[in-house]
Design a binder for this molecule. Structure first.
Ligand code: NAP
Length: 147
């Protein structure tokens, strides 16, 4: 079974209807549960994938090369307009509790000015993760009960 959060990310990307083949994807974050599996699934979609992390140099400029930017950092509003290529698709995985409420890793108000698509927080990747968990559960049931 595909891990739920990365599976949901790919489902969201496919839903844009865009041809993902050959697009530059930058994944910020290399965790075992989000960043790395998301990068793997993006490769399966024939994206050209770069994985960034806390030691990456020139992160903003790297992110500006991304047609698809996946933020899985765990820092509220870390990705600002300087990180975003005009027209990019932004997937905000972050869920950060702050005194001002739940915030993503992306500064939504800045990103929405320049991105072609962006997932909101709350909403977006979180509910998709739950949907993918339900889908995986149904698939597991069918695998066990189909002859
Ligand atoms: P994590 O294990 O803490 O990984 C964070 C990653 O971000 C690490 O690879 C880290 O790099 C990188 N990072 C930290 N500071 C950075 C910086 N200044 N520049 C560039 N990269 C930096 O977190 P996670 O489990 O992947 O989760 C990430 C976020 O997604 C969290 O907010 C979490 O709550 C959220 N999340 C949401 C869902 C959902 O369903 N929406 C599911 C899972 C997680 P290093 O490896 O170098 O330390």
């Amino acid at each position: 079974f595909l891990p739920c959060t990365p599976k949901g990310i790919i489902r969201l990307l496919r839903q844009t209807g865009k041809d993902l083949n050959g697009l530059n994807a930058v994944v910020v974050g290399r965790s075992q549960i989000v960043g790395l599996p998301a990068a793997h699934l993006l490769l399966n979609e024939n994206c050209t994938v770069t994985v960034a992390h806390s030691r990456t140099r020139g992160l903003a400029s790297l992110c500006r090369s991304a047609d698809i930017l996946v933020a899985a950092v765990g820092k509220p509003e870390f990705i600002t307009r300087d990180f975003i290529k005009p027209g990019a698709i932004i997937i905000d995985v972050g869920i950060n509790r702050t005194p001002d409420g739940l915030k993503g890793d992306v500064c939504f108000s800045e990103a929405i000015e320049t991105a072609s698509y962006i997932t909101p927080v709350p909403g977006g990747v979180g509910p998709m993760t739950i949907a993918m968990l339900l889908e995986n559960t149904c698939e597991a049931f069918l695998k066990q009960h189909r002859p």
